[in-house]
Design a protein around this ligand. Structure first.
Ligand SMILES: N[C@@H](CCC(=O)N[C@@H](CS)C(=O)NCC(=O)O)C(=O)O
Length: 206
């Protein structure tokens, strides 16, 4: 099987973390790709052009970090990172969904800087996403003390880690999530104790 992702994608990082945590490095080869651009050869692999995508041995293309991570965790029939079925898994799913909401907003916000010149950036979008991200950082300042985020590694933690871990304060500009949030800082530091989290750190952007 082949896992396609860019080294900088936080969604791809989730898949790379699960691949390592589940001991799948020998069965799933990592294929680093560059996304975007006209005539990108990656479009022949995954027509949506998004990463991560996992190409199964029969050629099926799985895209979206949720599905890719679910598949890899369940491949051995003994999932360890996903919540249990039914209401027992609700709290895990609730926190994971909120972490994904933060990650989605941060990605949108970051793209204003990555792909738009200063003169065409939307101040409205930036302000909206900044306020959302900081509100959610306040939520997680409390949530990190709860069972789901302080217990054994799981998808909620991996999702939040990909939103925060390795991110310098003020990136995107104005995302000062570390300021006044000691619990969240301690949590992000604790996540740095996992080899899979450290090994998948995105390279620094200039
Ligand atoms: N919901 C998707 C989001 C994936 C996503 O947006 N990936 C970005 C990189 S961070 C991408 O592939 N962008 C390339 C493009 O939009 O063409 C997931 O969870 O995998």
């Amino acid at each position: 099987m082949k896992l396609y992702t860019s080294p900088t994608s936080p969604y791809g990082r989730m898949a790379r973390i699960v691949r390592l945590e589940k001991g799948l490095a020998d069965r799933i080869a990592l294929h680093p790709v560059k996304t975007r651009g006209a005539d990108n050869p990656y479009y022949a692999v995954n027509p949506s052009g998004r990463v991560p995508s996992l190409i199964l041995n029969d050629g099926a293309v799985l895209e979206d970090s949720t599905l890719v991570c679910w598949f890899m965790d369940h491949l051995d029939g003994a999932p360890t990172l996903h919540p249990p079925e039914g209401m027992a898994g609700l709290d895990h799913r609730r926190i994971e969904a909120t972490a994904r909401s933060m990650l989605d907003g941060l990605s949108l916000w970051g793209r204003e800087y990555l792909y738009r010149e200063a003169e065409i950036r939307s101040a409205t979008i930036i302000a909206h996403e900044q306020a959302r991200a900081l509100r959610l950082a306040d939520v997680f300042e409390k949530e990190v003390q709860g069972k789901v985020l302080s217990g054994p590694l799981n998808m909620a933690q991996i999702t939040l880690a990909c939103a925060l871990h390795g991110r310098v304060n003020d990136r995107p500009q104005g995302f000062r999530w570390q300021d006044g949030r000691p619990n969240l800082c301690a949590w992000a530091e604790r996540m740095g104790g996992y080899a899979s989290i450290v090994e998948t750190l995105p390279p620094p952007r200039n």
